[in-house]
Every structure is written in structure tokens, then in C-alpha cells.
Design a protein. Structure first.
Length: 344
């Protein structure tokens, strides 16, 4: 027979155990009992309770300390304080520490049962809220990319289909549309997830320095090259290398990138040894690469190598129905950050 809920009674008085145990059992609740806070914490750590009835003043570990320790293990635990020493101060202290409510000894049976019923309803609503939030997160997000709009759901489907493949991927979209987030989602959902994800900020370095970053160099390759240095391609071996704003690569670097993608090998600057590499390339651009090809500013053969799978990320103005979800996401995110700051 299914019970109405599982309740843990924590009180140092045996008579309270007997009275509460008989009352709650007769109402269809499953009851367990602890005489000390230490014993209660052991029980709470090893099994799940729908509700905890907790005496405020006990020898050894008092009720407030037990409550705080329980919430460290299970932040959603629902606790009702029972005390013979109820006062405004003790009640406020208990509520600030996370108690749902309190009742005073000697308690009336009807009053206690009503409080228990309210607490368990709160627990049910709490669990339902968490379930709905989790369902919304699974349905409308993918690796921290938020969206319920048709265009974003289509993007999620392409990511799911593309991630397990070995294909090169081209991400197109305006600045701020989440191209790096999408590239990380692809990496995390691929068989390369256990290996590095390396970001190349293509437009932030001058061409010669960018090539040194990409392919590494040997000692003496140029002024200041006092040691051998691995490049980003070596760092990304067996993982993923993400080129942000690939359109900013100069023609010479484009040609070298094309050769690496074709041959899966390269040489460090100033070196003679061929280095084999297996890195999946994901490239992003906020420019129209086909227009740049017509302007002779981007290699057509490199474009074809990159454009095996293309994912177009829409700007926010094309998915306005996602705005409430995004607002909620950032409010929750910054709320957690502020809470962490206060806790430190």
C-alpha cells in the first residue's frame, strides 16, 4: 500500500516520537525516528524523505545546525521545526536557515496535520517545478544554447545530426549569434569530446604570428624563437579546432590551412619534419564567403573544404519568441552568480 509520504522525526524526547509516530502512521504516513541530530544526518544522507519534523533545541547538535547540514546535502529538503521554546527570534532564525514552517509544543493534532499537509504540498509543487524546468531545458536548449523558435529547433536538429560525423562544419551568422557555443556543442556531442577543443581567433593576430600559433615553430625559426613550440593544430590533435571569423585569414594562411585539411599533416615554421594531425575543423564567419570569393579575397577550394555541413545561426530579430526564455536564462544565471558571491 502506497503511503502519503515518508517523514523523519528528529527529537530527543521519546514521548514525542511515540505521539507523533502514532498520529502520522494512523494518517497513512511512513515514519522514521532519530533521537539525535548526528543520527538524523546519517539517515538523511543514506535515504530520501519527503518531510523532516525537527526539534529546535536538542543536546549536542541543535536543530538549526541539523537543518543547515541537511540543506548542504539536499537544498530542496522540506523541514518543519517543532519547538517548545518558540519565539519570534527562533522562528525567524529557523525560516532564514531554510525551514518551511514551525509549530509549537504542545501542538494540536489538527494544527500539526495541516502543517504537514501544507509542507508536503509545497514539496510536490517544488518537485513539479523542477521537473518542468528540466523538461523546458531539455526541450528548448542544447548545451547552453537557448531557443524554442522553429529556426532554433531546426538548428538543434542539425547539430545533433552533424556532431557524431567527422565532417567539417561551417557556421554562418552575425556577431553575437552564438557560433562558438554551437561549435562547443558539436564538439561535446562528438566522439572527440574527451580531447581538446581549441579556439583560433583568426582576426586577432598578424599573419606571421598567426601561422606560428597554428603550426608551431622550431628553435631559431625567427628572431625570438628561442625554443621549439607546438602549434594549435598539434594541441587539437584528436579533438576539434575552431576558427572564429575564418574570413580574416590572409591568402597565404588560407593555402596552408587547405593543405593541412587535405593532407592531415604540416611542418612547423622553420622545420623539416612532417607532423601528422587529426583535428576536426569547425569554421565560423559573419561575412558572406561566396561574395568574398567573387572579390578574390577567399579561396574557393578552401570554401568547398569548409562548407561540407553548413549551419546558419539566426539573429535575435528573427526569433523573437526566444526572448522570454533568454531573459529567464540570464536572470537565473546572474541570480546564481550573485548568490555564490554572497556565500563567499
Amino acid at each position: 500500500m502506497q503511503t502519503k509520504g515518508k517523514i523523519l522525526i528528529i527529537d530527543d524526547e521519546q514521548i514525542i516520537h511515540e505521539v507523533l509516530g502514532d498520529l502520522l502512521t494512523s494518517e497513512g504516513y511512513d515514519v522514521e525516528k532519530s533521537l539525535t541530530g548526528e543520527e538524523a544526518l546519517e539517515r538523511h544522507a543514506s535515504q530520501s524523505f519527503d518531510l523532516v519534523l525537527l526539534d529546535l533545541l536538542m543536546p549536542g547538535m541543535d536543530g538549526i545546525e541539523v537543518l543547515k547540514n541537511m540543506r548542504k546535502v539536499s537544498p530542496q529538503v522540506v523541514v518543519v521545526i517543532i519547538t517548545a521554546y518558540a519565539s519570534v527570534e527562533s522562528a525567524i532564525s529557523a525560516m532564514k536557515s531554510g525551514a518551511f514552517d514551525y509549530v509549537q509544543k504542545p501542538f494540536k493534532h489538527d494544527e500539526l496535520l495541516l502543517t504537514v499537509k501544507r509542507a508536503l504540498e509545497h514539496k510536490r509543487l517544488q518537485e513539479e517545478n523542477l521537473r518542468l524546468k528540466d523538461e523546458l531545458k531539455r526541450k528548448f536548449s542544447f548545451e547552453n544554447i537557448i531557443g524554442k523558435s522553429k529556426v532554433m529547433q531546426d538548428v538543434f536538429e542539425v547539430i545533433k545530426a552533424a556532431a557524431p560525423t567527422r565532417s567539417t562544419i561551417l557556421l554562418e551568422g552575425e556577431s553575437g549569434t552564438g557560433k562558438e557555443l554551437v561549435s562547443r556543442a558539436i564538439h561535446q556531442n562528438s566522439d572527440r569530446a574527451a580531447f581538446p577543443f581549441v579556439v583560433v581567433n583568426s582576426g586577432s593576430l598578424p599573419p606571421d604570428l598567426l601561422e606560428s600559433h597554428l603550426f608551431g615553430h622550431v628553435k631559431g625559426a625567427f628572431t625570438g624563437a628561442v625554443n621549439h613550440k607546438k602549434g594549435l593544430f598539434e594541441a587539437a590533435d584528436r579533438g576539434t579546432i575552431f576558427f572564429d571569423e575564418i574570413s580574416s585569414l590572409n591568402p597565404e594562411t588560407q593555402a596552408k590551412l587547405l593543405r593541412v585539411m587535405q593532407d592531415k599533416e604540416f611542418m612547423r615554421l622553420g622545420g623539416t619534419k612532417t607532423i601528422k594531425v587529426d583535428a576536426r575543423v569547425i569554421a565560423a564567419t559573419n561575412s558572406n564567403l561566396e561574395e568574398l570569393i567573387r572579390q578574390k579575397r577567399f579561396r574557393q577550394d578552401l570554401f568547398y573544404r569548409l562548407n561540407v555541413i553548413k549551419i546558419v545561426l539566426p539573429p535575435l530579430r528573427e526569433k523573437k519568441e526566444d526572448i522570454p526564455l533568454l531573459v529567464r536564462h540570464f536572470l537565473d544565471l546572474y541570480g546564481k552568480q550573485k548568490g555564490n558571491e554572497r556565500s563567499h
